[in-house]
Design a protein around this ligand. Structure first.
Ligand code: NAI
Ligand code: MG
Length: 359
């Protein structure tokens, strides 16, 4: 049966990088007989300009009807002054919550060809391959009550609520352990159980979940120590699982270990395996329209889609090998080149990946 893939290019460099990712997706679709049907829709600022909302009903309906979504990036300064509920990011947040995409996967993989771009010494990051699994639809970012109130003494007070239910912790735990089973068989659960009650429960539930995975080793770490360890000795980790806020911060720190934002894919999964796949970077308005953006993060997001939603690991591996081959050939977009190197354009990079796939 055919599978439906929804393509959401978004804003600024979104359409530029998406064009290359779609070429790669169409190539593997034919070559591996995947029977994928691609559909396009608007999201973010592009949707706001066209129909007055960052997440049109038509886009949401198509998203619900698809097996996977490939998204470029949304946002830009021209929408800075629109009302909060109309901001381009609301399109993204709306998709995440409407589709219950609770499991955010952020791999931090160092390509040896780019070791010089890392913020750490080569020996600390050589061979780095970690996966951060961040809970994405709960925790303090969504907890109620929240707001800013005025106390009796006239002072204002801001507050948010950090909540996780047992079932929310359990489902992200199962996701992380399942993924670890197919990798290095180690899960490190990151919490702040010495201070925050909600993470005492987090730690208890993770320990229960671990019993279903006797072949996977569970460890626990406080978030402050995890931040320290990530920059001190990142290779000690395999899979890190954590809540929404800690995951937001730790995954950005881990991203820098690999050097460039232009290389980092991500996935956001629901409990049935449906997912939204997108690069970790934003819409880069500063370089949009120049044909210089790095399309590899989006192309690698296609590989994640093939692996995690479509269950086509051989097609995923072919794309990853093609990316590696292109880096071996010395091709670099501006964001990943050393000073003396001449950069290639977005479309030259996409073309090179296609050639490597075909060759
Ligand atoms: P950004 O990730 O768009 O850009 C940060 C820096 O990295 C810029 O100098 C940019 O040129 C560079 N960069 C990003 N992607 C690149 C690529 N593929 N190739 C080469 N260089 C690349 O983050 P920024 O500037 O904070 O945000 C710009 C807009 O993107 C904002 O409107 C923001 O809200 C939005 N945004 C959207 C995200 C999403 O759609 N998931 C995530 C983060 C930001
Ligand atoms: Mg972030």
């Amino acid at each position: 049966m055919s599978k439906k893939i929804l393509i959401l290019p978004g804003d600024h460099i979104g359409p530029e990088i998406m064009a290359e990712a779609v070429r790669v997706l169409e190539h593997v679709n034919a070559r591996f007989d995947l029977d994928l049907e691609l559909e396009h829709a608007l999201v973010g600022g592009a949707a706001l300009d066209a129909v007055g909302t960052p997440l049109p009903d038509d886009t949401l309906a198509k998203a619900r009807a698809s097996d996977a979504i490939l998204l470029g990036a949304v946002g830009g300064p021209e929408w800075d002054n629109v009302e909060r509920h109309l901001r381009p990011e609301r399109g993204l947040l709306g998709l995440r919550s409407e589709l219950e995409l609770f499991g955010n996967l952020r791999p931090a993989l160092l390509y040896p060809q780019l070791a010089a771009a890392s913020s750490l010494k080569p020996e600390l990051v050589a061979g780095l391959d970690i996966l951060i699994v961040r809970e994405l639809t709960g925790g303090i970012y969504f907890g109620e009550p929240r707001g800013i109130r005025t106390l009796e003494n006239g002072e204002r007070q801001g507050f948010n609520t950090y909540v996780y239910s047992e079932s929310e912790i359990r489902r992200i735990g199962h996701l992380a352990f399942g993924l670890a089973r197919a990798r290095g068989k180690r899960v490190c659960s990151v919490d702040k159980a010495n201070v925050l009650d909600v993470t005492v429960l987090w730690r208890e539930v993770m320990t229960e979940v671990a019993k279903d995975y006797p072949d996977v080793e569970l460890s626990h770490m406080y978030v402050d120590n995890a931040a320290m360890q990530l920059v001190r000795a990142p290779k000690q980790f395999d899979v890190l699982v954590t809540g929404n806020m800690f995951g937001d911060i730790l995954s950005d720190a881990a991203a820098m270990l690999t050097g460039s934002i232009g290389m980092l894919p991500s996935a956001s999964l629901d409990s049935s395996g449906r997912g939204m796949y997108e690069p970790c970077h934003g819409s880069a308005p500063d370089i949009a329209g120049q044909g210089v953006a790095n399309p590899l993060a989006t192309i690698l997001s296609v590989a994640m889609m093939l692996r995690y939603t479509l269950d086509k690991p051989e097609a995923a591996a072919a794309i990853e090998a093609a990316v590696s081959a292109v880096l071996d050939r010395g091709l670099r977009t501006a964001d990943i080149r050393a000073e003396a190197e001449t950069p290639v354009s977005t479309s030259q990079m996409g073309e090179a990946v296609l050639q490597a796939l075909a060759g």
